[in-house]
Design a protein around this ligand. Structure first.
Ligand code: HEM
Length: 708
């Protein structure tokens, strides 16, 4: 649909509706076609290129058990950055995803919703947004893959993860050796027993609810598998490398390690019966311990997880990593199925830690999504009025914005209430580390390996891929509010920061050298992050945001008047023909262009909505400070303190079997490694605070102020 056609359509609708419409649910925004998604050249992909630097240094430890000879002391030094394959990866993922399965229909919605008017076809069905549930599916997501499908084996492994009680990095002091051994057995079973599914069932390929559940289960398995492994032992790795260097016979070297591991197994776990025969399970466990101590599996997903995860991620247009959609949007069910989609009737299905704190953490976001449905309705109604842009429209928009202030206030209250049942120390030590992606410390953010077949599992040619773990920063709702109110995280629109004690209501200037400069250099940390987070949203939601942005591109009346006739026929949904100029959002434009700005309610209401968003961000900063910054400054509670007992103990036992000159080389190697890996351990939250402040500042910058 062209801009002219759209105007016509809305003018007609408005004429019919002029005096009667006051409910935002009764208005609509039709969506015609999905714009194609293109990754801009200055996108975070450039950053990812930097992040891959030095991964070769890690490769020696990650080469996999079938290729122990790859570890060599020369690789302890940092190698040049590899090509940015991880970047191409996400681009490939997001631009080449196949056709999406159809979104669940409104007919399948929970019973209590059926009394509401079904305007979903008018609102955002193309973008998988429902007028009653917003970015949440209107129907409870599938909680389990049924037994009849061969993919149900994934569910059994997920059950197993809970039964053995996997703990972050092998667990703290409370986790005993037997427990660690059970956890190693679970990981070994994932590698060796879980089948590699090259072919997904028809149900999984054709029904989006099944595909989503598949993605949830596989990403939980992936994060369980990688993050439950103990940190590789520096001493063990140094010893291994020194021994390999000293040995001319690879096979002899490996077998002597296995012999040492077995000796350790005997001595460490059954000192009184050290001559007791070892069973096959003991041998397998000793081999697993050996490989894990060296970090062979630390960043390498087994084919049994990676192969189907890659396929489902393509299908869902998502990266192959745990996302906000997996932990929140598709991770809930009804407490009472007949009571429907109400705040008190929702329960989270999957958590890593099984704690009430984690349940409440996810639930908080879920409730915010649900409360946000009202905000989406108000945004939609306001945008419709913007196309008409007469005095009546302005007054209506002012009312909608006032109501939006109330809704955002409710979001803030819900966020504040996260404290009621989510313990900050538990969050920081026992929950958050499960979310880390391949781009995060402590392993330096060198990416994860995703084999696409069994053969590729330990291939040396495989390149690591860098993806970020889940964050509520991937909530399309908050991004939509930003786009709607013209909060410009990229800093390209040239909003001018308001002076302290700003007031609204007058004509806003738009110019931008100062902001444009900031956008290029420091101060744009939020822009890059926010753009990047959009790539982790379900494809249809991401396209919705692109569509919202495209409305801004066509809304400036003055600009439009100067355009030649043919420019009015541009396809609003076409990325290619979109003007390069950065236009204000339709709402901002409407507020800016009020003839009697000082007294008109619209600029005031627009600023009030922005202030409520700023206040939400203030609260978010307080929450982030309590849950992250403050916790990072304290030592971990004993139950979460990392314990490397097994690995170090093992390494020391093996060391006793070595010649003195080998032992010397090992000590040197370990020291080197220590230095190399020390790096900046933690910033004490400085970067985080800086980033969140930047997001807040951008919100302030959008406020309308008196122009010169
Ligand atoms: C205990 C609760 C929470 C904590 C500790 C927390 C922490 C964080 C952190 C550390 C970031 C920085 C980016 C990152 O590392 O992911 C962030 C960003 C963000 N979070 Fe949260 N968050 C919490 C709850 C929420 C909730 C419930 C929402 C809304 C659904 C939310 C929305 C956002 C958004 C939109 C961003 C991007 C920055 C911005 O727009 O201001 N957060 N959060």
């Amino acid at each position: 649909m062209t801009f002219k056609q759209r105007m016509e359509q809305l003018r007609r609708a408005h004429a019919l509706d002029a005096e009667s419409s006051s409910s935002p649910m009764s208005t609509s925004m039709t969506v015609d076609a999905e714009p194609s998604f293109a990754i801009p050249p200055d996108h975070f992909l450039a950053q990812q290129g930097k992040a891959t630097a030095g991964y070769h240094a890690q490769q020696s430890a990650e080469a996999g058990p079938s290729s122990p000879s790859r570890a060599s002391s020369s690789r302890l030094s940092t190698s040049p950055a590899p090509s940015s394959d991880g970047l191409d990866d996400i681009a490939r993922f997001l631009s080449s995803a196949g056709p999406l399965p159809t979104a669940p229909s409104a007919a399948t919605t929970a019973p209590s919703l059926s009394s509401l008017p079904d305007t979903s076809t008018l609102a955002g069905a193309d973008f998988d947004i429902d007028v009653r549930s917003g970015f949440l599916p209107p129907q409870a997501p599938l909680s389990r893959i049924p037994h009849s499908l061969h993919e149900s084996v994934w569910e059994r492994f997920l059950d197993g993860a809970r039964e053995v009680g996997l703990a972050i990095n092998g667990g703290g002091a409370a986790v005993d050796k037997q427990h660690r051994r059970r956890c190693r057995a679970w990981r070994r079973a994932i590698r060796e027993e879980m089948p590699v599914m090259e072919e997904l069932s028809d149900k999984m390929r054709q029904d989006i609810r099944f595909a989503r559940r598949g993605h949830v289960v596989l990403t939980f398995l992936a994060h369980y598998y990688l993050h439950s492994q103990p940190q590789p032992s520096k001493l063990a790795r140094a010893m291994h490398e020194a021994q390999e260097k000293a040995s001319t016979n690879q096979a002899a070297s490996s077998s002597s390690w296995l012999a040492s591991a077995l000796r350790w197994r005997r001595g460490g776990e059954a000192a009184s019966s050290s001559t007791a025969p070892l069973c096959a399970e003991d041998i397998a466990d000793a081999a697993s311990l050996h490989s894990e101590s060296l970090g062979h599996y630390a960043s390498r997903l087994p084919a049994s997880i990676s192969v189907p995860l890659l396929a489902l991620s393509h299908q869902l247009d998502l990266p192959p990593i745990l996302t906000y959609a997996d932990t929140v949007l598709w991770n809930w069910t009804f407490i009472n199925p007949s009571a429907g989609l109400t705040p008190g009737n929702l329960r989270i299905v999957e958590t890593f830690s099984g704690t009430e704190s984690e349940h409440h953490f996810f639930l908080t976001s879920l409730l915010i999504e649900l409360q946000g449905v009202a905000a989406l309705g108000l945004m939609r109604a306001s945008l419709d009025e913007c196309f008409v842009a007469d005095e009546l429209a302005r007054r209506r928009v002012a009312q909608y914005l006032q109501r939006l202030v109330g809704v955002v206030g409710e979001l803030e209250q819900t966020l504040k209430d996260v404290r009621k049942a989510c313990d900050p120390a538990t969050f920081y030590w026992a929950i958050r580390p499960w979310f880390r992606g391949g781009d995060a410390a402590p392993d330096g953010g060198r990416g994860w390996f995703y084999p696409s077949s069994r053969e590729e599992e330990y291939s040396e040619a495989l390149q690591p891929r860098l993806f970020t773990g889940p964050s509520a920063g991937q909530s399309s709702l908050i991004h939509a509010l930003d786009v709607f109110l013209d909060v410009d995280h990229a800093g390209v629109k040239g909003h001018v920061a308001p002076p302290a004690g700003h007031g609204g209501g007058q004509q806003q200037q738009r110019k931008g050298p100062a902001s444009a400069e900031r956008a290029k250099g420091e101060g744009n940390e939020d822009g890059t992050f926010m753009q990047r987070m959009q790539l982790y949203m379900p494809g249809q939601h991401r396209r919705f945001l692109t569509h919202l942005q495209s409305l801004a591109a066509a809304a400036d009346e003055e600009e439009r008047a100067q355009l030649p006739e043919e420019a009015m026929d541009i396809d609003l949904d076409s990325e290619e023909k979109r003007p390069e100029k950065h236009y204000p959002s339709p709402i901002r434009h409407l507020a800016q262009s009020c003839p009697n700005a000082a007294t008109h309610p619209l600029p005031k209401a627009y600023n009030a909505a922005l202030s409520s968003l700023r206040s939400l961000r203030d609260e978010h900063m307080r929450v982030a400070t309590l849950y992250i910054v403050s916790q990072a400054r304290r030592p971990p509670p004993p139950e979460y303190a990392p314990l490397l007992e097994d690995q170090e103990d093992y390494a020391r036992t093996v060391a006793k079997t070595l010649q003195p000159q080998e032992a010397q080389a090992i000590v040197e190697g370990a020291k080197e490694m220590e230095k190399e890996q020390a790096g900046p351990v933690g910033t004490g939250g400085t970067d985080l605070v800086k980033f969140l402040k930047a997001c807040r500042r951008r919100t302030d910058e959008a406020l309308l102020t008196a122009g010169p």
